[in-house]
Design a protein around this ligand. Structure first.
Ligand code: TRP
Length: 335
């Protein structure tokens, strides 16, 4: 059976880019009966990026509420917080012990941090790099391998992490027997990386995001702020290089996108297009937005759902970890 798994790091409220790259495909897959899906809050990963306890706490609630508000089927999928599954950390250590340091040296996020430091000759190349950041891909591999996932829906920027998870799994399998299937990234090419307000990838670290459940007025304001070029209203415009179009397309059906492309060719004023995009998104988001705000007021209800998910997840992780322990030689001394 196909096993799908994905996690979302709990730092800040989810934005449109998260929705398009990970949440939406995951929720669609969550309704499939022929797949066992695992979805989780990557709250251990959050500690790598965020050392503000209030924000970590708040984000766990916001991310969980987001998934539920968007219609995650929690009967069909197993939905949990990573920190409720202690087996993941133990597996992380087992994997850490078979992972080449050189493999981690090649991770994009780590290399980018080093490159930035190197630009300043007075800085240590590893300034500000924690072991958490350095080992991030190993924790992610443990998330995936713990549940023998074979399909992992992620944004394009996570492909390297999936390659690393495969390398690590293969090394473990080679040493200790065939325990892990090799996981594959599932990237929706159409919508893999959504651009942000300024034209760069939409990302919390660039501060250019559109939060998913922004109140109506604020959503409108953000869309009005999106950078466009200075073509006059009646001039034909290129949809493929336009941020407004790309966001629209990420949500629209093929037919809707084709119709809008036609309007670009005829010339559509930027003001009109922004209004159109706002209205389109607002209609799509208003119901889940309301549900989201109700859920935020019911944290106990959310907690219960997560705890139930953790119990179900541990039905897999507890016995599997025992198997893994035995395979590396950690077993009762009499056996
Ligand atoms: N690193 C992922 C991100 O930043 C989040 C994540 C953590 C994840 N563990 C995972 C995604 C396991 C897929 C599978 O988006």
């Amino acid at each position: 059976m196909e096993i799908t798994l994905t996690g979302i790091t709990t730092t800040g409220a989810p934005h449109l880019g998260n929705y398009v790259g990970a949440i939406q495909p995951a929720i669609e897959a969550s309704r499939r009966k022929d797949v066992q899906s695992f979805y989780f809050l990557a709250d251990y990963h959050a500690l790598v990026k965020c050392q503000d306890p209030a924000l970590v706490h708040r984000s766990r609630l916001e991310v969980a509420a987001t998934w539920l508000a968007l219609g995650l089927d929690v009967e069909n999928v197993i939905f949990y917080a990573q920190t409720d599954i202690p087996e993941i950390l133990e597996l992380t250590w087992m994997l850490t012990c078979v992972t080449a340091k050189g493999l981690m040296n090649r991770a994009h996020a780590y290399k980018a941090a080093v490159a930035e430091n190197m630009a300043d000759p007075d800085k240590d190349p590893d300034k500000g790099v924690t072991m958490g950041l350095f080992s991030y891909p190993i924790l992610m591999a443990a998330d995936i391998l713990m549940f023998k996932a074979n399909k992992v829906p992620v944004g394009k920027d996570q492909i390297q992490h999936l390659e690393m998870a495969r390398d690590i799994a293969a090394r473990f399998n080679y040493l200790y027997g065939d325990h892990f299937p090799l996981p594959e990234a599932v990237v929706d090419e159409k919508t893999a990386v959504l651009v942000g307000l300024d034209g760069r990838k939409m990302s919390k670290s660039y501060g250019n995001t559109i939060p998913l459940f922004e109140p109506e007025k604020a959503l409108r304001k953000l869309i009005m702020r999106i950078k466009t070029n200075s073509l006059p209203p009646e001039a034909p415009k290129d949809p493929e290089t336009c941020i407004l179009f790309q966001i629209y397309q990420a949500f629209a059906t093929v037919e809707e996108a084709t119709a809008l492309r036609e309007r670009y060719a005829q010339g559509i004023a930027w003001g009109e297009m922004k209004q159109l995009l706002f209205e389109y998104l607002n209609v799509r988001l208003s119901e889940p937005r309301q549900h989201y705000h109700e859920l935020l007021k019911a944290p106990d209800h959310i907690e219960q759902i997560l705890k139930r998910g953790a119990i179900r997840a541990r039905e897999y992780s507890v016995p599997f970890l025992q198997e893994l322990r035995r395979s590396v030689g950690i077993r009762p001394l009499s056996l």
